[in-house]
Design a protein around this ligand. Structure first.
Ligand code: NDP
Length: 493
């Protein structure tokens, strides 16, 4: 709260001084209120319009400002201006979030966490909209809405349903990798400052010579990873539902800036076609032995927002926002998100949401888009069409972002073409067997059992056991014995 100082006079939004903060205009002390008390009426009208639609996904978030600093020369891979020099700093804003819960939901419920970054670069805003997991549940945008519906609420009861979640997951084997991470203790991080962030998608970089590379971003927490156990996360739901928001705010307010190291995985352009995994499949990682991460920079968050609504709620991130030197990839989920994110902000905030201070670039804007509700960036006498003879902005062909090949083929509805090692269960199996320690494995099994015991039908529990047996037979056995009694009886019957 601001420090106490001599209070200014209350005004209307038009700046007109107001005569009373407590009494409305009435016909005598006991008489009815009159409609021409415009101050009272406008106060009520504005109050009724205080909320904008909450995000359908990632509704509850927390944010902080900071900067990105380049720590290694990357000009051999990209000519992105903000990455052009060691030591170069770019201001940025980060928003962390829950995925499925609504605006007021508890912070420590099991969920992936959003990790959305906005870099205010000198060549426009670059948004990297990732998660704290390197993969995702589905690989084709056509399944995204169905997946999210399964995580939300039942149409009749308005309740969330574990049965619905496991039904979707077990019918969609490509979810196994992400669900393994979600059901591990990484599904309940102890702090936004103590989790990693991943681009998850593959993007492209292009250097000044026009050479292209495929890349993945890994933001590694310098604070170290820390997670809640299931019991701790459950307890925190009632103890402090805003725990993660408070932790981030308090740390930064106390001068304890949060830092992440940016490590890149970089794949030569031609290797994508012959790599053993489909490098654009969002349910897969690139094993680090194949593409060792290279440290190239650091992200520091050291300033809290001044106003939560203006900055955290009205921020709009969109993966379509890539800057010269950086491009997209033929990842089918990314293709869908490139459309969907900007579209949702047009609906949620308005046609000119990019003019709000939190979203506005810090470099000049010379766009031919004009007008619309609430616009206040006007182009003066600038021509409103291109081409023109009156000195309007002109595009620069050298600023094309990297593109990639498209095979000439019949338009149709396809699964990805298989690469040698593509399989929905290979990578989660490797995570379980080769990466997790004994405690991680025990907690994973216990978390699955607790989740799949809670309101999940016997039929779907049978599929849950089959699903985890495919990830790893030992894990399947553990889950079966945890859920087993009912399943064993059913099988015997
Ligand atoms: P590596 O042994 O080279 O890397 C495994 C990585 O897993 C670690 O670097 C760490 O990355 C992450 N990790 C460590 N503990 C856990 C945990 N308890 N839960 C989830 N992730 C953990 O193996 P590979 O690269 O060959 O990958 C093996 C498996 O590891 C993959 O199938 C995938 O499930 C998982 N993984 C791989 C990542 C990658 O980009 N290759 C990234 C994250 C997980 P970090 O520091 O990012 O947490």
């Amino acid at each position: 709260m601001p420090k106490k100082q001599r209070a200014p006079i209350t005004t209307t939004d038009s700046g007109i001084p107001v005569a009373s903060d407590e009494f409305s205009l009435t016909a005598g002390p006991n008489g009815p209120t009159v409609l021409h008390d415009h101050y009272l009426v406008q106060k009520m009208q504005h109050f009724n319009r205080e909320r904008i639609p909450e995000r359908v996904v990632h509704a509850k978030g927390s944010g902080a400002h900071g900067f990105f600093e380049v720590t290694a020369d990357v000009t051999q891979w990209t000519n992105a201006s903000f990455l052009s020099q060691v030591g170069k700093r770019t201001p940025m804003f980060a928003r962390f979030s829950q995925v499925a819960g609504e605006l007021g939901s508890a912070d420590t419920v099991r969920d992936p966490r959003g990790f959305a970054l906005k870099f205010y670069t000198d060549e426009g805003n670059y948004d990297l909209v990732g998660n704290n997991t390197p993969t995702f549940f589905v690989r084709d945008a056509s399944k995204f809405e169905d997946f999210i519906h399964s995580q939300k609420r039942m149409p009749d009861t308005g309740l969330r349903s574990n049965d619905m979640q496991w039904d979707f997951w077990t019918l969609s084997p490509e979810t196994a990798h992400q669900v393994t991470v979600l059901m591990s203790d990484r599904g309940t991080p102890r702090s936004y400052r103590r989790m990693n962030g991943y681009s998850s998608h593959t993007y492209s970089w292009m250097n000044a010579a026009g050479e292209r590379f495929w890349v993945k971003y890994h933001f590694k927490t310098v604070q170290g990873i820390e997670n809640f156990t299931l019991a701790e996360a459950d307890a925190m739901v009632s103890e402090d539902p805003d725990y993660l928001r408070r932790d981030l705010w308090d740390a930064i307010a106390a001068g304890d800036a949060a830092e992440w190291r940016l490590e890149m995985q970089i794949m030569p352009f031609e290797e994508a076609a012959v790599y053993r995994f489909n490098p654009f499949d969002l349910t897969k990682v690139w094993p680090q032995a194949d593409y060792p991460p290279i440290t190239i920079g650091r992200m520091v968050l050291d300033r809290n927002p001044e106003n939560h609504f203006a900055e955290v709620e009205q921020s709009g991130f969109a993966p379509a926002r890539v800057v010269p030197g950086i491009g997209l990839s033929p990842d089918k989920m990314l293709m869908g998100r490139v459309f969907s994110y900007h579209d949702t902000h047009l609906h949620r905030i308005g046609a000119n949401y990019e003019q709000l201070p939190i979203n506005a670039p810090k470099c000049p804007v010379h766009s031919y888009n004009k007008d619309g509700a609430m616009t206040y960036r006007h182009a003066g006498t600038q021509p409103v069409y291109a081409p023109n003879s009156y000195g309007g902005p002109q595009a620069d062909p050298s600023k094309e972002t990297p593109t990639w090949w498209v095979e000439a083929a019949e338009i149709g509805r396809y699964a990805y073409e298989k690469h040698a090692d593509d399989d929905d269960f290979v990578q989660p199996g490797a995570l379980y067997r080769d990466v997790m320690n004994k405690t991680d494995r025990e907690h994973l099994a216990a978390n699955i059992i607790a989740h799949a015991s809670d309101g999940v039908s016997a039929d779907i529990q049978t599929r849950v056991i089959d699903y985890w047996s495919k990830v790893d037979p030992d894990l399947g056995t553990r889950v079966a014995s945890g859920l087993g009694h009912r399943v064993a009886q059913r099988r015997a019957a």
